[in-house]
Design a protein around this ligand. Structure first.
Ligand code: IMP
Ligand code: MG
Length: 184
């Protein structure tokens, strides 16, 4: 029996499991350098962050806390509408906290522009953005991440947390979907 019935939908692998593992270890080390004398609060953006968050917090080795926020950008198939909504809010007070936002991909920047403003309005002391992927060619908002795993070209990618219509999040690598999968 095949162990995976998703590979057949992938046009090409952009970033392998091993490349992700090595890069996440480096990002974790960067965060440890920066935050080891603070007690940062990681804020993961659901659902895309879940795999990266799990690996990054372990790689950081930081004495820290975790929170999650659910955001939806009214994404229609593969494009963002620019309107961001909170679908699940954080469960506690973040006043005076040093936050590390953990996001799967920084694309138009609408999500992170909204989230940064929201978190500052809730009294955050500082905000640091860690994103696994960055697609700078598609930016609409003046947002840059402080820690970037990989810069990717303007292609729709899935895997390692990223979805197409909620599927493919559990692929262990980052890949580009075959065009026929969209048009089905
Ligand atoms: P932004 O608001 O346009 O920066 O988009 C942010 C969100 O859109 C990300 O958190 C992803 O959930 C989703 N997204 C953007 N590009 C891709 C992609 O290539 N594959 C899968 N999801 C994406
Ligand atoms: Mg996301």
């Amino acid at each position: 029996m095949a162990h995976n019935n998703m590979d057949q939908d992938i046009l090409k692998v952009l970033i392998t499991e091993e490349e992700i593992r090595r890069r996440v270890a480096e990002l974790g080390a960067e965060l440890f350098e920066e935050f080891h004398d603070r007690n940062p609060l990681f804020v993961g953006v659901l659902n895309g962050c879940f795999m990266f968050m799990a690996d990054l917090v372990r790689a950081s080795g930081l004495k820290s806390e975790l929170e999650f926020i659910g955001l939806s950008s009214y994404r229609d198939a593969t494009k963002s509408s620019g309107v961001v909504q909170i679908t699940r809010d954080m469960q506690r007070d973040i006043t005076g906290r040093d936050l590390i936002i953990v996001e799967d991909i920084l694309d138009s920047g609408n999500t992170l522009a909204f989230l940064s403003k929201y978190l500052m309005s809730k009294g955050a002391r500082s905000i640091t953005i860690a994103t696994l992927l960055d697609k700078p060619s598609r930016r609409q908002k003046a947002i840059t991440a402080d820690h970037v795993g990989f810069v990717v070209p303007d292609e729709f990618v899935v895997g390692y947390g990223l979805d197409y219509a909620q599927v493919y999040r559990n692929l262990p690598y980052i890949g580009v979907l075959k065009p026929e999968v969209y048009s089905k």
